[in-house]
Ligand binder design. Structure first.
Ligand code: C5P
Length: 284
């Protein structure tokens, strides 16, 4: 039996650059891991199957769960047909733009590589992960990276900014596919914001990070789901701080320089929203 942590990510930038022949969109994104994590318990069992159990309701327990898809793919690729019992302790908000499902899948790939001593490199696990979902390769590595292609091409970088993040998941179900599909060519970026964002992170300058923030899906998510926009407006009014969105949403977040400011912001949001988390960038 072993346990592996699956970390949430936020997008600090997300530029849509165009639409591809395969129906996906070309993107350029700066991704950052947070210290908000699920726990995945993996245990071998005699039966030739993958059985999954989760602490949260409303998540599928079959192949639609990316962790199960990852276990099945790993068994197929490695040729190891041993049975697996998987338990997911869910802390990352589900279907939120935080890559919770992708992080679980990545943790399964890393965990099974240890459990069955298959010796795959992280790059090989990331290639496997790309078959499961666009965000899985980033989650295999974690840390900070620029993701390109459909999000699966990862260029890692280091920085030393230790920002605090207060985030909330509005109680709205957002379809990533619908948001991409409804994003108009006028909203595509002519040049990615990632170079500016990477520089700001590497200079440790939170103000510049805030200025470099961009999300080419945010206007679409706000248009399709007005309750997300309404909540963002309310949070901005209450805190006096800029409000950001991760991925296709609906998670909204604020970036704060100190623990005490983050705690005050957290308390203010808790006054009118139930699902609020205070976390920070993981070191990279
Ligand atoms: O890769 P993943 O399964 O996470 O993507 C979910 C959906 O989001 C895709 O089916 C596609 O409609 C859309 N998508 C996209 N361009 C991307 C990533 C996702 O159009 N780069």
């Amino acid at each position: 039996m072993l346990v592996e942590r699956a970390y949430a990510k936020i997008n600090l930038t997300l530029d849509v650059l165009g639409k591809r022949q395969d129906g996906y969109h070309s993107v350029d994104m700066v991704m950052q891991t947070l210290d908000l994590s699920d726990l995945l318990w993996m245990e071998e069992m005699d039966q030739d199957a993958v059985i999954v159990d989760a602490t949260a309701p409303h998540i599928p327990l079959d192949h639609r769960n990316l962790a199960v898809a990852a276990a099945e793919l790993f068994r197929e690729r490695s040729g190891i047909r041993r049975g697996l019992r998987l338990k997911i302790e869910k802390n990352i908000p589900v279907a939120a733009g935080l890559a919770g499902g992708s992080a679980d899948a990545a943790a399964v790939l890393r965990g099974l590589n240890r459990l069955w001593q298959t010796g795959y490199s992280l790059d090989e696990l990331a290639d496997m992960g790309a078959e499961i979902g666009s965000d899985v390769p980033f989650c295999v590595y974690g840390g900070a990276a620029v993701a390109s292609g459909r999000g699966e091409r990862i260029h890692r970088f280091t920085h030393s900014l230790r920002a605090f993040v207060v985030l909330t998941r509005p109680p709205v179900f957002v379809s990533t596919a619908d948001v991409y599909e409804a994003t108009l060519p006028e909203q595509y970026a002519s040049a990615p914001a990632s170079p500016r964002m990477v520089k700001a992170l590497q200079e440790g300058d939170l103000e510049r990070v805030r200025q470099a923030y961009t999300n080419g899906l945010m206007a679409t998510t706000f248009r399709l789901y007005p309750e997300v926009r309404a909540l963002a407006d309310r949070i901005r009014t209450v805190t006096g701080q800029p409000v950001y969105m991760s991925g296709s949403g609906p998670t909204l977040y604020l970036l704060l320089p100190t623990q005490s400011q983050a705690q005050r912001t957290y308390n203010a949001l808790r006054g009118f929203i139930r699902d609020v988390h205070l976390c920070r960038f993981t070191p990279v």
